[in-house]
Design a binder for this molecule. Structure first.
Ligand code: CUA
Length: 158
């Protein structure tokens, strides 16, 4: 099959770019443990309420001053529906879904993950600006999707 010279250059160029992207992804996965925030651990979605990892839902302060927020997503709410975290501290969110795929987006920040039944989602971030933040479900999850939200209050650090 005859392929024009310029066509061939573009084909090899495109293939090279894809190879570079796959290589970067492979290196980040292997050497830095990078993964989507929605799939850090597995969990039985039918046993979330009796799983020790989700027994204490809400905000916990760790020994080093960092904060851990543990949540459950379910149609059509987050548990807890309101919580407070300190500004300027590293906040780690851990959550899972007991039913269908939900989203967890802290509006106006970089906090955003899918919440998939059978998996634990986890990400960490820092909120510098005190105030009230809206958290919305951004994955269509059913007839009550539009009313699925939570409130996060970022308080001035003591
Ligand atoms: Cu939960 Cu949309």
């Amino acid at each position: 099959m005859h392929v024009d010279l310029y066509e061939r250059i573009w084909m090899w160029g495109a293939a090279g770019i894809i190879a570079v992207f796959l290589g970067i992804t492979a290196v980040a996965t292997v050497s830095q443990g990078r993964m989507p925030p929605s799939h850090v651990e597995t969990i039985d979605p039918a046993a979330v309420f009796t799983d020790s990892r989700f027994a204490d839902r809400g905000v916990a302060t760790l020994a080093n001053g960092d904060v851990l927020v543990t949540l459950i997503a379910l149609t059509y709410a987050f548990q807890p529906g309101e919580f407070r975290v300190p500004a300027g501290r590293r906040v780690t969110f851990r959550m899972t879904s007991v039913d269908v795929v939900h989203g967890f987006q802290i509006v106006g920040t970089n906090g955003n993950t899918m919440v998939v039944p059978g998996y634990v989602s986890e990400f960490s971030t820092v909120f510098e600006t005190p105030g009230e933040y809206l958290i919305v479900c951004n994955e269509y999850c059913g007839t009550g999707h539009h009313g699925m939200y939570a409130t996060m209050i970022v308080e001035e650090a003591p």
